[in-house]
Design a protein around this ligand. Structure first.
Ligand code: UDX
Length: 429
């Protein structure tokens, strides 16, 4: 099928590439000429495992191309995806100006029937507004359908998640586009849920908020574990074996971050407010998340007392494993708090060092994770990169001025670390 993607950011690029991979003809459109040029020359603006290879393969096969022209994208495709940013406004609500702008551009370029699909995360009722806008601005008055088709991609696993989805949600205003949407997704062999358009939009915010709630729940339990001497990992294992609950997303941590959960939570709270409901439950999810970082920071301060001039090693800068993304990263937040108190930081991240540099001037970036702790008064683990589990802890203990380890991701066993001579503090244990 012939598809265009308006917006070649993280979601647009992964979506376009994966559609090309299953045999569709894809044009990715972006207003950023430098980005389009980079992609045309074989470059990839983001890091995502497997993505670069798939782009190269599908460009070579002639199924994937890049342009700055929305008109070209719309003219050459039957299904037009909108994948533009929907950033937060200062009050937590969603800035839909890119969405509206693209809806007008599509309307201006349409000369025959198109299916316009919204992939961006948007407040419920946006699809209705998009349809209204296209109708208003389309001079040729051609027929079209607007569909909501939210993405559930995890950063670091986006290609895998796209190619092997657990569900495809298709929200429609009428049945007309359903057959084409099913055909588009047929190569993925995943369950398809067809809903009304408002439900599809709600599913996205509801699902991210639920996952954030799950993390805040276990983080709240971690407080009880710390004050009662219980172990949050054992509690998580115990409750997670109930299939109604499930073990995933029950890892206590210094808090969740990233470009989705914090933003989507604020947006959903605001959406609820606009619909006349005070979603206090989700406000509490946010509060627990902030409190979890405060608690972790307090542990560091209580142990080291004065942070000024203390050398602290930090392992992990990305908001989670497998990504170079540092947006809303708890690790960066923590580093900034430590720096504010005058600590001197030696930092390492397998992928995110480059991007972190802009947010963290005056830190020493250490290319070898095993050398981060050298000469430090304390070491902090802030991101759950699996390779950190293989840290040469014996060496760290020898090379540190004081063997103090704050594990914000529970990567090590408390007893083993204490037997090795560390003062070891983790979350909920
Ligand atoms: C999330 C959703 O998983 C995805 O479906 C949606 O489309 C976008 O938002 P992502 O932001 O890539 O994806 O990250 P995710 O893997 O969900 O992790 C989010 C944050 O929660 C990270 O900071 C992570 O470290 C933290 N986390 C996750 C925990 O603290 N504990 C857990 O048990 C799981």
């Amino acid at each position: 099928m012939k598809i265009s993607l308006i917006g070649t950011g993280y979601v647009g690029l992964v979506t376009g590439t994966c559609f090309a991979e299953v045999g569709h003809d894809v044009i990715c459109v972006d207003c950023d000429a430098a980005k389009v040029e980079l992609l045309r020359n074989g470059g990839v603006p983001i890091y995502e495992p497997g993505l670069e290879e798939l782009i190269q393969k599908n460009v070579a096969a002639g199924r994937l191309s890049f342009t700055t022209s929305t008109k070209e994208g719309v003219e050459k495709s039957d299904i037009v995806f909108i994948a533009v940013p929907t950033p937060p406004l200062p009050d937590g609500s969603v800035d839909l100006s890119y969405m509206e702008g693209v809806a007008r551009d599509i309307a201006g370029a349409m000369t025959q029937y198109k299916i316009v699909v919204d992939k961006s995360t948007v407040p419920v009722k946006t699809g209705e507004k998009v349809a209204e806008t296209i109708r208003r601005y389309c001079k040729s008055k051609v027929e079209f359908d607007v569909v909501s088709n939210p993405e559930f991609l995890r950063e670091g696993f986006a290609v895998e998640d796209f190619l092997k989805p657990d569900r495809i949600v298709i929200g429609v205003l009428s049945q007309r586009p359903v057959a084409a949407m099913r055909e588009l997704y047929a190569p993925f062999h995943a369950p398809v849920i067809v809903t009304d358009i408002n439900s599809a939009e709600l599913i996205k915010h509801a699902s991210n908020s639920f996952l954030a709630l799950k993390i805040s729940y276990i983080n709240a339990l971690s407080i009880l574990c710390e004050s009662s001497g219980a172990n949050v990992q054992e509690v998580a294992n115990g409750i997670g074996m109930d299939p109604r609950i499930g073990r995933r997303f029950l890892d206590a941590s210094l808090g969740f971050g990233g470009s989705c959960f914090p933003k989507d939570l604020s947006a959903f709270i605001k959406i609820a407010e606009q619909l006349g409901y005070d979603f206090a439950l989700l406000r509490e999810v946010q509060r627990i998340n902030t409190h979890q970082m405060d608690r972790f920071f307090k542990k560091i301060v209580e142990t080291l007392w004065v942070l000024k001039q203390k050398k602290i090693g930090v392992l992990g800068l990305a908001f989670k494993q497998n990504t170079d993304d540092v947006r809303m990263s708890p690790a960066i937040d923590l580093c900034q708090r430590l720096q504010k108190e005058g600590a001197l930081l030696r930092v390492h991240d397998p992928k995110a060092m480059e991007k972190a540099r802009a947010l963290l001037p005056d830190v020493t970036c250490v290319p070898d994770m095993n050398a981060v702790a050298d000469g430090c008064d304390a070491l902090v683990i802030a991101t759950e990169w699996p390779q950190f589990k293989k840290l040469d802890v014996e060496r760290a203990r020898r090379m540190m001025t004081h063997p103090i380890l704050f594990d914000g991701r529970n990567l090590f066993d408390p007893e083993e670390m204490e037997n090795l001579g560390f003062i070891y503090k983790s979350i909920g244990r």
